[in-house]
Design a protein around this ligand. Structure first.
Ligand code: BES
Ligand code: MN
Ligand code: ZN
Length: 495
């Protein structure tokens, strides 16, 4: 879907479909009012009959209205005008996107961004619309032998704005598109099965990204990791025949002297649990255990596309977690790159074991901040469900920055406490630290474990176990938290 921005009167637009918003109780947005006037009140009459539900996201397609140049008018309900929220706006855009994808209109004029949303400027409304519309065209049919071929869907879409379009609005649309492309990459990597998306595949994907954009990539092999003393990461890889990879991405969009933000993504391409084997039901979903890594790659794609003036390092420890003759056993003690010894009481708590070495590696970049992203704990799904990522941090300012970025991006997180009291739940009789805590607060004790490796810098941890993918009928990766991370970096770049 190609986007442009234009100023114009909705009734005179010669596209396949004009999209305009309506409010509950027959109230109209400015665009819908202009359309209604041109067709002598035909729209108001249809609404008065109750053909369009007041619920936000309800839609009604009207055809061949006299006085309106476009053959189709898609009305989208925004709910009550004085109750308009980010969520209702996004829901309305998503509903419009669904209708357009099933339409033969071919091109559309999109007026929904004139919704009178408090506290959100036109640039935000356009960026969100571009992102949601582009995201709605995402399909994952790479591994189907027959691709769905459809003549339906919108190829060109014009955002209609009042007055002249400006550079800042164009930049906003570009940002929305770039985020959607990052999300698409993260979704595809997540959705690919573990026999395709191996640690090696993640490394190849990173190299491809580097070829197409201003990104440098280095991939460390098992030998290199051994030399660095990454005994914790390697202990997870022991049970697998797939070689582990440690992927380092470097995006230099800022000044040479600017300290980088470091993003770390958990890249367990399949998590069987290892010797502490998981139950069989639903185990296929553990192919998604590399969604942290996927979101780092997606975020790099987004920021490189928008040429963001900032320096960012990406670190991806990638491995499978398999049982096997040489796999790590419960009770084994391993030495991390930091020198701290770890008693592996449960081989299924492997995410923290690979992240801790990546977090130690991060120190060499003298980072402005480090954010790790991981499908780390089932407990996070119990605590926050599937709408909200868990956030824990050793710095409250950084936490607040990330929470706000999530709000702006429509990719929300909520902070859990990382108080010292919880550190007492991590005690080992035989090593410096066990890899699991005593009963309760599983998301927090996992973060407490990571906190032992992040004392040298400002750090935040995003637990995306509940938000990275959907189960059930629309099973699939969500591409989260690419929008949150990209928004955070946009903010850090001072834009
Ligand atoms: N990848 C899982 C976490 C997970 C579980 C994500 C279910 C999404 C859905 C992680 O490696 C894991 O197995 N965590 C264990 C930790 C436990 C052994 C302390 C968990 O959450 O059960
Ligand atoms: Mn696990
Ligand atoms: Zn895992």
């Amino acid at each position: 879907m190609e986007f442009t921005i234009k100023a114009g009167s909705p009734e005179k637009l010669k596209s396949g479909c004009v999209v305009a918003g309506t409010y509950a109780n027959g109230d109209l947005t400015a665009a819908a009012r202009a359309l209604d006037k041109a067709c002598d009140g035909a729209i108001a009459a249809v609404l008065a009959r109750g053909d369009l539900d007041d619920k936000p996201g309800s839609t009604l397609m009207l055809h061949d209205l006299a006085g309106i140049a476009a053959p189709r008018v898609l009305l989208v309900s925004l709910g009550k005008a004085d109750e308009l929220t980010d969520k209702t706006y996004r829901d309305a855009i998503a509903a419009a996107a669904r209708q357009l994808s099933g339409s033969v209109a071919g091109d559309a004029s999109f007026c929904l961004a004139d919704a009178e949303l408090p506290h959100r400027d036109l640039a935000w409304r356009l960026a969100q619309a571009a992102q949601i519309l582009r995201d709605s065209t995402y399909r994952c049919d790479e591994l189907k032998s027959k691709k769905e071929e459809s003549r339906k869907g919108i190829k060109k879409l014009v955002f209609i704005v009042k007055g002249k379009d400006s550079e800042s609005l164009e930049a906003a649309v570009l940002r929305g598109e770039a985020i959607a492309e990052g999300v698409a990459l993260a979704k595809t990597l997540g959705n690919l099965p573990a026999n395709v998306c191996t640690p090696g595949y993640l490394a190849t994907t990173a190299k491809k990204l580097a070829k197409d954009h201003k990104i440098k990539v280095e991939v460390l092999e098992r030998d290199d990791m051994e030399k660095l003393g990454m005994g914790s990461l390697l202990s997870v890889a022991r049970g697998s025949h797939e070689p582990p990879k440690f992927i380092i991405l470097n995006y230099k969009g800022g000044k040479a002297k600017d300290k980088p933000v470091v993003l770390v993504g958990k890249g367990v391409t399949f998590d069987t649990g290892g010797i502490s084997l998981k139950p069989g039901e639903g185990m296929d979903e553990m192919k998604y255990d590399m969604c942290g890594a996927a979101s780092v790659l997606g975020t790099f794609k987004a920021i490189a596309r928008m040429e963001l003036p900032i320096n960012v390092i990406g670190l991806i420890p990638a491995t499978e977690n398999m049982p096997g003759g040489s796999a790590t056993k419960p009770g084994d003690i391993v030495t991390s790159m930091s020198g701290q010894t770890i008693e592996v009481l449960n081989t299924d708590a492997e995410g923290r074991l690979i992240l801790c070495d990546a977090l130690t590696y991060a120190e060499r970049f003298e980072p402005a901040a480090v954010v790790d992203v991981a499908t780390l704990t089932g407990a996070c799904i119990i605590a926050l469900g599937n709408f909200t990522s868990g956030l824990l941090a050793n710095d409250d300012e950084l936490a607040a920055e990330l929470l706000a970025s999530g709000q702006t991006a429509g990719d929300k997180a909520w902070q859990l406490p990382l108080w010292d009291e919880y550190q007492d739940m991590l005690k080992s009789n035989f090593a410096d630290i066990p890899n699991i805590g005593s009963k309760g607060a599983g998301t927090i004790t996992a973060a407490c474990f990571l906190a032992r490796f992040t004392k040298a810098y400002k750090w935040a941890h995003l637990d995306i176990a509940g938000t990275a993918w959907k189960s059930g009928a629309d099973k699939g990766a969500t591409g989260r938290p690419v929008p949150l991370l990209t928004q955070f970096l946009i903010g850090r770049a001072g834009q």
